[in-house]
Design a protein around this ligand. Structure first.
Ligand SMILES: [Zn+2]
Ligand SMILES: [Zn+2]
Length: 372
């Protein structure tokens, strides 16, 4: 008899629970029994059609768990081992992957994303990680499932901008945007040697989360003259490194202005807009072309080697990402978790969704097919 599992599947713009056969490992796959998953705006984009997710795909791209089965060519892992993977699961062998930009894997439909887009994702009791030698990483004993879950996307993505900017020791780093990616950058800024971490968001609220993750100052555009505050804190110079993680084009000129001469602006945003829309660089804040400001566009760098380094930051206590997980749900409550994520109440960043046996009870039937 075929064993089945519960999975949360994209169906005509809705997510619904279905019974699916347990996946079988291909030669280079690892099958993971999920112990915790999380979600972010990527799931909402799959449900709205903004991401080109295939009908009938199991949703979800962030997950941790225990190895259930290893493919015949996988030698690095064994059944029972605690593991995770970055939310992007690229091939590891195409030209862009070999160049170190696996977020632009040529084998993936959208960036390096395959989970929940072109292959079944993590919102199931078991999920398949492809190219396990490249993508799967073991979780150190000292690192909780919750902390490892924060690494899969939020820290992996947020840290990419920080790492790519290569801030000098003692830098001032300003992070525009305090959604989960901006918070991921905030959490890793001090780990790369920043002396001062300043966060900027549009409205007040949630400052305690930014500060718990390492921000020294949290400003918002509604209550503060943000550029004046940054000038005051930097002796009039501006920030050594600015991370732009708002996703709003209007924020880009502000980020250019906040960057000092000789500084680096690393963009972590995927901007909305028509194909011919442009980002604005005010001449005065670009030194009329000779300001020696560097602008980088970055996207999540992944792979087991990098994920191992990020997990080590947690293992050794350099970062604690768990303040990102602001609400807890059982797997059967996944539709409510996604609805809460879409509503974005102040102070709610990410859900921790667990697979405790008791949590998967009545909610499964009563929440089935919630529209998002
Ligand atoms: Zn995500
Ligand atoms: Zn690739």
């Amino acid at each position: 008899m075929t064993q089945t599992m519960k999975a949360f599947v994209l169906h005509e713009g809705r997510g619904r629970f279905e019974e699916r056969p347990l996946p079988k490992a291909g030669p280079t796959d690892v099958i993971v029994r999920a112990t915790a998953v999380s979600a972010c705006s990527a799931e909402l984009a799959c449900l709205s059609g903004e991401f080109p997710a295939a009908e009938g795909t199991v949703l979800g791209h962030e997950g941790v768990g225990v190895v259930h089965e290893v493919g015949s060519l996988v030698t690095e892992f064994e059944v029972g081992q605690r593991v995770t993977t970055a939310s992007t699961t690229p091939c590891g062998i195409c030209a862009n992957c070999q160049r170190g930009f696996s977020g632009h894997c040529r084998q993936a439909v959208w960036g390096g994303y395959t989970f929940g887009v072109s292959r079944d994702g993590t919102f199931a009791e078991y999920f398949t990680v492809p190219q396990a030698g490249y993508n799967v990483v073991s979780i150190p004993d000292k690192v909780s499932d919750a902390a490892a879950l924060c690494i899969t996307d939020t820290i992996a993505s947020g840290s990419t901008g920080v790492e790519a900017a290569q801030p000098p020791l003692g830098s001032v780093i300003v992070v525009f945007g305090q959604g989960h990616i901006g918070l991921g950058a905030t959490a890793t800024a001090r780990a790369v040697g920043a002396a001062l971490v300043i966060t900027v968001k549009s409205r007040p609220g949630g400052e305690h989360i930014a500060k718990a993750l390492g921000a020294d100052f949290s400003f918002n555009l509604a209550d503060h003259d943000v550029q004046a505050e940054i000038r005051d804190l930097t002796g009039g110079l501006g920030a050594d490194v600015v991370i732009e993680a708002t996703g709003a084009r209007a924020s880009f000129p502000m980020a250019v202005e906040a960057t000092r001469e000789g500084g680096v602006l690393a963009v972590l945003s995927a901007y909305d807009g028509p194909a011919d829309a442009a980002l604005e660089i005010p001449l005065a804040h670009w030194g009329w072309g000779i300001g020696d400001k560097t602008i980088l566009s970055t996207f999540q760098r992944c792979g087991s080697e990098r994920m191992g380094r990020l997990l080590r930051l947690v293992e050794t206590g350099r970062i604690d990402p768990t303040p990102l997980l602001t609400r807890t749900y059982g797997f059967g409550d996944l539709p409510r978790a996604l609805a809460d994520l879409k509503a974005r109440p102040t102070g709610h960043i990410k859900p921790l969704i667990t697979f405790e046996p008791a949590s998967f009870q009545d909610e499964f039937e009563t929440t089935q097919g919630v529209e998002l």
